[in-house]
Design a protein around this ligand. Structure first.
Ligand code: DGY
Length: 322
């Protein structure tokens, strides 16, 4: 019998993808990840695994699961999986690209607008009964988004979707990535390639859209913040460890940069206590990027299809092994 383990709660209708396949699926209905040793023990007798970004799939896990043929992450990012070790072990790894692009780009733009216009501060002010009269010197005075310069660090699918949204705000869009787009695509998208330091120096908003890799880890550190405008704001909906969180908290506290909108954190779900203390122009969200019902449903279905196909001898659509 071919068996699949779903490591944590998912949207269960996705399991319809296995109907009629004869594949047996065991769903853990818990919404918390298992500690590493328990996950290893739980998955030991399965051929396929559907997991979330909070499950760590490393060489030790793979060694403990000799039957495993496929690991499907319900996320586009897969830095929680040691893909090289999986490839050596003959295990296919898949992710869920495209289906979450627009939801995540919407959230990145929401964070940018909320940080620039201090939306949570205004909401808290009103609920605290402090809105007694309209005044010109508004307590939550913000900065303009329309016509500003947006710097995109990473121009994959989500970065491009953010660039398209920025057009509606008449923004100048710069980008930096390991790969430069063909000139024709740059023109169509209305983006200009610049080196990293120029991106930092010229942008009013820097939005992070790269994967977490050895070369992007802590790419935004104290030295990077020192190169940004004192009025600039950092938006991160990608992965927390791309930003040195302690350095960011210090840069915000000392006025090196003006604000930050963060959906991801270095030691998620922990958030640096120094960041939690900063309330002005700092907006913090619990990793909501893809959190719309439609998107999360599609992600779960895509992961299920990837496992089903891999275990039925087909090449899964979203294979990430090289
Ligand atoms: C991803 O897919 O990588 C997001 O972080 C969660 O949707």
């Amino acid at each position: 019998m071919t068996r699949v383990l779903v490591s944590q709660e998912i949207l269960e209708e996705a399991l319809e993808e296995f109907d009629g396949t004869g594949i047996e699926v065991d769903l853990r209905r818990d919404h918390r990840p298992l500690p590493a040793a328990e996950l290893r023990a739980a998955a030991a007798d399965y051929d396929g695994l559907i997991c979330l970004l909070t499950d760590r799939i490393d060489a030790e896990f793979l060694a403990a699961c000799p039957r495993l043929r496929v690991v499907a992450n319900v996320a586009v990012g897969f830095d929680n999986i040691d893909v090289a070790a999986a490839t050596r072990a003959g295990v296919a790894v898949t992710n869920t690209p495209r289906v979450l692009t627009d939801a995540t780009a919407d959230l990145a733009f929401t964070l940018l607008l909320s940080t620039a216009r201090r939306v949570p501060e205004g909401d808290a002010f009103l609920r605290a009964g402090k809105y007694t009269h309209w005044r010109i010197k508004q307590e939550q005075m913000g900065v303009d988004v329309f016509g500003a310069t947006l710097g995109l660090f990473g121009l994959g699918q989500i970065g491009r979707a953010v660039a398209r949204r920025a057009r509606g705000f008449d923004m100048t869009v710069l980008y930096h990535d390991v790969q430069r787009l063909p000139a024709e695509d740059e023109r169509t998208l209305g983006v200009t390639y610049v080196e990293f330091d120029e991106l930092l120096a010229r942008s009013d908003f820097v939005s992070v859209h790269s994967p977490l890799t050895d070369s992007t880890r802590h790419r935004f550190d104290a030295a990077a913040f020192a190169k940004m405008k004192p009025s600039a704001m950092l938006i991160n909906t990608a992965r927390g460890p791309i930003v040195d969180e302690a350095a960011l908290a210090a840069a915000l506290r000392d006025g090196v940069i003006a604000g930050a909108g963060l959906d991801v954190f270095e030691r998620e779900p922990e958030v640096d206590p120094q960041l939690l203390q900063l309330r002005e122009r700092v907006v913090l969200l619990p990793h909501l990027g893809s959190a719309t019902g439609t998107t999360r449903r599609e992600m779960c279905r895509m992961a299920a299809r990837n496992v089903r196909d891999a275990l039925s001898g087909k090449r899964p659509e979203n294979l990430v092994n090289p």
